[in-house]
Design a protein around this ligand. Structure first.
Ligand code: FAD
Length: 524
């Protein structure tokens, strides 16, 4: 029996799949198009002359289960952020802000009272997030193992958190729940952003795409807490790569797979190296840790266009800037700092972007990794050096196609203006310069993410997120279907990346589900 397995895509999911398959006794070859592995989970010294390991694309971990890290034999060092979020706003012409502690207590309650002028918004917050915590605890186990059915998950959620919460999250557009439970636009916006990260849609869209995005942001590891990978996201990829090499995975970088030949008993992938030479690898199965649209390309099938809609800006600062509200920047930037993400602003920005305009302001959130984890700053850097990462919403890829450079400049200006508005000093005075005298600001549009990481359309989840369960009447008559990793029309290719049923984000769940389906079919 052929015990060779080919993995294509060396992102974190491809590495997870390769390690687990090798651990199970398969001989594994992994092909990756870039000259390094990690995909969107890398750390890089982005700015010339600065020894700082930025989480270049993804930066926080919530969905990677501890049990999976143990199964992989890696250490996943994750740290809580002391603050969940800070939202600078103006009230009666004066700068202030809404603080949400990691565990909301007296300071959060007082902040809600000061910003919203009432006690009811905090009570509503506690009620919603209490229910969501109960839901997370029962739903997290459904992210691994064979898919549960919708009715089973409904029973679990209803028993733990009540039927109203089920309806609010799974049955009606998330915007309805948010506007019914909260009255303050700022509070509504803080809740709503979890439904829009990496997702271009209206909060009232009947497809419930925003609901699915919301769900994945609230259930990771049974708590929904977004944690900081110590050493930056690159530390996660490094640990996986080291383990993959330890279990003898044959990692071949610089090979872009362009075609797949599937026959009874074997599958051969055909790629090209940097010099245009053909490279082939054959195995009994192909674990494809790339986007479904990439696989469609290999199979010569046309795919629906995939839309990514985020702007990512990495900054290196000589010091954190002071805020107009007077809050300590080490507090304001330690969690997610929401900028122009009021509920109405989010909807207005969505409509503008859907109509073909880059929103101004661009709703964005920023976060300082180095304030909680200074280990990413090299010893030679000046005291006070800080990183800042900005993630802008509603910047769909199509708006960057006609004139990529101009659109990127415009989007970056709109996002940075949203930050500057709440600062007490010019941001540029805090930006470090590289050895070429250039400001340390790196901007990536969805087109850039497509070019550098190979995510079609720059979509950070490789496509629209799916519910993490099967419909009641869905056919689950093969291991690939039972684990949510089917590639329609293919016997020997299993989807192992973020586009698998429960795969979105840095979770390892796509890679693990593919190997579980493989082992349910055959063993070496
Ligand atoms: C800006 C940004 C911010 C994000 N922030 C977060 C965050 O904070 N937390 C979080 O959980 N998630 C975040 N995400 C999403 C997360 O990074 C992805 O969902 C995750 O990286 C998917 O992992 P993957 O291994 O499935 O695929 P990828 O990371 O996309 O890796 C796929 C790999 O396949 C390779 N490849 C593609 N095509 C081919 C081919 N034809 N031949 C060979 N190799 C190929 C690519 O080069 C790449 O290395 C973010 C993503 C982006 C872009």
């Amino acid at each position: 029996m052929d015990n060779r397995i080919v993995v294509v895509g060396g992102g974190h999911n491809g590495l997870v799949a390769a390690i687990l398959a090798a651990d199970a006794g398969y001989r594994v070859t992994l092909l990756e198009r870039s000259d390094h592995v990690g995909g969107a989970s890398i750390g890089s010294a982005v700015f010339a002359g600065h020894d700082v390991r930025l989480s270049r694309y993804s930066y926080l971990v919530s969905l990677f289960p501890d049990e999976l890290a143990r199964r992989l034999g890696i250490e996943l060092a994750l740290k809580s952020r002391p603050v969940s979020s800070y939202t600078p706003v103006e009230r009666s012409g004066r700068p202030t802000g809404l603080l949400v502690e990691r565990t909301p207590g007296a300071a959060t309650e007082e902040s809600f009272r000061a910003v919203t002028g009432s006690h009811s918004e905090f009570a509503a917050w506690q009620q919603l997030y209490g229910g969501l915590a109960a839901m997370a605890a029962v739903l997290a186990p459904a992210l691994t193992g064979p898919l549960r059915r919708r009715s089973e998950v409904r029973e679990l959620v209803t028993a733990a958190a009540g039927g109203q919460l089920w309806d609010d999250v799974f049955a009606a557009p998330i915007g309805e729940m948010i506007t019914r439970r909260f009255t303050d636009d700022t509070v509504r916006g803080v809740v709503a952003t979890d439904a829009l990260i990496g997702t271009h849609t209206s909060l009232f869209d009947e497809s419930l795409l925003a609901n699915r995005c919301f769900l994945y942001h609230l259930i990771g590891r049974g708590t929904g807490e977004w944690l900081l990978p110590v050493g930056g996201m690159g530390a996660v990829a490094d640990a996986l790569e080291a383990r993959a090499r330890e279990v003898d995975v044959d990692i071949r970088c610089g090979v872009e797979v362009v075609e797949v030949d599937e026959r009874p008993g074997a599958v051969t992938v055909i790629g090209r190296d940097g010099d245009g030479n053909a490279v082939q690898a054959t195995g009994s199965r192909l674990l494809a840790a790339v986007a479904p649209a990439v696989i469609d390309g290999w199979l010569g099938r046309s795919a629906e266009p995939v839309v990514g809609a985020q702007l990512k800006i990495n900054l290196l600062l000589t010091r954190l800037p002071a805020l107009a509200s007077g809050v300590d920047p080490a507090t304001a930037f330690a969690g997610t700092t929401h900028l122009r993400e009021g509920f109405d602003e989010l909807e207005i920005a969505y409509r503008a972007s859907a109509a073909g305009t880059i929103p101004d302001p661009l709703p964005s959130e920023v976060y300082c990794h180095s304030v909680t984890d200074p280990s990413i700053i090299g010893p030679g850097e000046a005291p006070g050096t800080a990183t800042l990462t900005l993630f802008g919403l509603h910047a769909p890829v199509d708006l960057f196609r006609a004139d990529p450079a101009a659109a990127k400049q415009q989007a970056a200006a709109s996002a940075l203006a949203a930050l500057q508005q709440y600062l007490a000093e010019p941001l540029e005075e805090c930006v470090a310069v590289d050895t070429n005298g250039q400001p340390c600001i790196e901007v990536a549009s969805p087109l850039d993410v497509q070019g550098s990481v190979g995510m079609p359309g720059g979509n950070i989840f490789h496509g629209d997120l799916s519910w993490p369960f099967a419909a009641d009447d869905e056919d689950l008559d093969s291991p690939a279907r039972r684990y949510g990793v089917e590639v329609p029309g293919s016997e020997r290719i299993l989807l192992a990346g973020a586009g698998s049923r429960r795969g979105g984000g840095v979770s390892g769940l796509g890679g693990a589900a593919a190997v579980d389906a493989l082992l349910a079919t055959t063993r070496p």
